[in-house]
Ligand binder design. Structure first.
Ligand code: NAD
Length: 260
């Protein structure tokens, strides 16, 4: 049980981050939500999660591309709960274009949000985790942290970087009760992937369903999307005592994508 512990999940107002935040709340963790969205929707999300699982929830809208806002979010978590026990670095964006046509500002934003933000949250969360001699850092990488795909230079570079950060942080904490691991999902049907489905439908003149199948057929042998609930289940396992010696792993949950 994570009762009495606090989990901060970046980018948890949608998709995978939301799935993981709910799974951790179901284990009794208080939740620091982060991410963008309609203020009333976010307030409702906070309230419903708190009520359903009997935990305390707060939200901080720090922009993960801005180090000063990340520092403010981490200070807020400490002020609210005395620290962060479970840090899930999940916020991320995607942009698809070939490298010689890749917009420079998109490259910078993807590296900042998908990679550098995890450096900042990690460096700020670790001292208190080490003092307590317990902590969990879970980095949402991707199958694209392990293999490449055309058109995704910034994303693949950021996710490979995040797997590298995971390994080094795991080594530096290996003799403590803090573990650091990466989760590497294949396609999950969130707004981030629906945009790629829409682009595929427009490009090939396909229906929404046919475009989903085409996207999966290219990469994911199972032909099924991974779900946020499945990823929440893995996060809960990584937080358990059974995972005390799982360190520096980059665990694919990808319908067979990287086995090919
Ligand atoms: P999503 O678009 O549904 O959710 C992204 C979340 O991040 C939202 O809460 C959004 O508000 C937040 N966010 C975006 N930019 C932010 C910023 N600058 N500062 C703070 N929050 C910000 O996406 P998702 O598919 O749930 O993706 C979550 C993570 O999982 C990402 O890191 C993504 O790369 C990774 N991932 C997704 C898939 C997939 O197929 N969907 C596969 C592998 C990995």
């Amino acid at each position: 049980s994570l009762s009495g512990k606090t989990a901060l999940v970046t980018g948890s107002t949608s998709g995978i981050g939301l799935g993981i935040a709910c799974a951790l709340a179901a284990q009794g963790a208080n939740i620091v939500f982060n991410g963008f969205g309609d203020a009333a929707d976010i307030a409702r999300l906070q309230e419903e999660t708190a009520k359903e699982f009997g935990v305390r929830t707060v939200h901080h809208n720090a922009d993960m591309s801005k180090p000063a806002e990340i520092e403010a979010m981490m200070a807020f978590a400490t002020e609210q709960f005395g620290g962060v026990d479970v840090l899930v670095n999940n916020a991320g964006i995607q942009y698809v274009a070939n490298v010689d046509e890749f917009p420079v500002e998109k490259w910078d934003a993807i590296i900042a949000i998908n990679l550098t933000s995890a450096f900042h949250t990690t460096r700020l969360a670790l001292p208190a985790m080490k003092r307590k001699n317990w902590g969990r850092i879970i980095n949402l990488a991707s199958a694209h942290g392990l293999v490449g795909s055309a058109g995704k230079s910034a994303y693949v570079a950021a996710k490979h970087g995040l797997v590298g950060l995971t390994k080094v942080t795991a080594l530096e904490t290996a003799r403590t009760g803090v573990t650091v691991n990466a989760i590497c999902p294949g396609f999950v049907l969130t707004p981030l992937v629906q945009k790629q489905v829409d682009d595929r439908a427009a490009k090939d003149g396909l229906s929404n369903d046919a475009a989903k199948h085409a996207l999966l057929a290219d990469k994911q042998p199972s032909g099924d999307f991974v779900t946020p609930e499945q990823l929440g289940g893995l996060a809960v396992f990584l937080c358990s005592a059974a995972a005390n010696e799982v360190r520096g792993a980059a665990w694919n949950v990808d319908g067979g994508w990287v086995a090919q």
